[in-house]
Design a protein around this ligand. Structure first.
Ligand code: PBG
Length: 325
């Protein structure tokens, strides 16, 4: 040993000492919990590929919010599952759409006890399952921007605190910022799904929301995960277009990007620990191959260590209890 007096193990001696030197602390205040609200059901429906997660009817929403508030979870991200889909995803921007109703319920009953984020995209609402307007088999960028802007404005009108465009259309942040400002919602923030990658880890979500594309895939709008420089350009553009929070998605396989985004832009940075990341830990836990609690805390800590200020995660409720242990 070249430095025999240096003993790194001295600071690992006791629980208390390990607590005192800990550099990254996971807190319930880091979490935003995604919920699926489904139109036309009366009871929660378990999502098979995401054990412990449910599609909820509006009538169960308050129950869920009570749980989140009692756990001190600061935010909820709303996903809608509409009864009817059509080519232009029109139920995404109806004033009485499922998300609009959900947001109104939450805001009327809970005020500022919880921050409401709403996902702004068309894929759950279109009959073809793509995130935008389709013509001749192509996803048309600027026509999609108009519909996304209408959707975001209707979420803001319902009371959303933060809208989160996730379609990966060019110019989506600028278009939505313009729409929000024009209709008097300049205080509504935008969390941009800035570096959202075409990922197999969204599989369970698409089961949950019946939103898999009916033809092709999303690789001509979502990012290629091989291209970190392109990811930084995406984030830079969203910052210039007026994003308040930038997101990297997925999280675990993208820790390098979380780190680079945080250190390059110094923006509030979110990481989305997506459905597949949740389900693989759940599955290994169920098989007895991994300790689920330990794996979850290790993964969430790594995401925070990489630079995330907030983590969107289906683990939020369980982890809220575990981080207090
Ligand atoms: C909507 C959207 C998706 C996710 C978040 N917003 C699905 C997709 O892009 O196919 C995935 C979230 C998850 O997997 O947990 N575009």
């Amino acid at each position: 040993m070249s430095f025999p007096n240096v003993r790194m193990r001295r600071i690992r001696k006791t629980n208390q000492l390990r607590d005192l030197v800990r550099e990254t602390r996971l807190s319930v205040k880091d979490f935003v919990y995604p919920v699926f609200i489904k139109e036309g059901i009366s009871k929660p429906e378990p999502i098979e590929s995401m054990p412990g997660q449910y599609r909820l009817p509006i009538s169960n929403l308050q129950n869920e919010i009570d749980t989140l508030v009692s756990l001190n979870i600061p935010g909820v991200l709303i996903f809608g599952i509409p009864e009817k889909k059509d080519a232009l995803g029109s139920s995404a921007y109806h004033d009485d759409g499922v998300v609009q109703q959900a947001i109104k319920h939450i805001k009327e009953a809970n005020g500022d006890k919880i921050t409401v984020f709403s996902d702004v995209c068309l894929c759950q609402y279109t009959d073809h399952g793509h995130c935008g307007v389709v013509e001749d088999g192509k996803i048309i960028n600027d026509k999609t921007l108009e519909l996304m802007t209408k959707t975001a404005v209707s979420h803001a009108k319902s009371g959303a605190d933060i809208v989160a465009p996730s379609a990966m259309m060019d110019g989506q942040v600028q278009a939505i910022r313009g729409g929000l400002d024009k209709f008097g919602y300049s205080d509504v923030a935008i969390m941009a799904y800035a570096a959202k990658h075409a990922s197999c880890f969204y599989g369970p979500f698409r089961d949950a929301a019946y939103s898999a594309p009916s033809f092709g895939d999303r690789r001509n709008y979502q990012m290629d995960y091989s291209n970190p420089n392109e990811a930084l350009r995406e984030v830079e553009l969203d910052v210039k277009e007026g994003a308040d929070i930038v997101m990297v998605k997925p999280a675990l396989a993208y820790l390098d990007l979380i780190h680079r985004v945080k250190t390059t832009f110094n923006m509030p940075t979110a990481a989305y620990c997506v459905s597949g990341e949740y389900s693989m830990i759940k599955a290994a836990g169920k098989m007895g191959w991994l300790n689920e609690k330990a794996a979850t805390i290790e993964v969430l800590t790594a995401i925070k260590r990489a630079g995330a200020d907030m983590i969107l995660t289906y683990f939020a409720k369980e982890a809220a209890q575990w981080v207090q242990d």
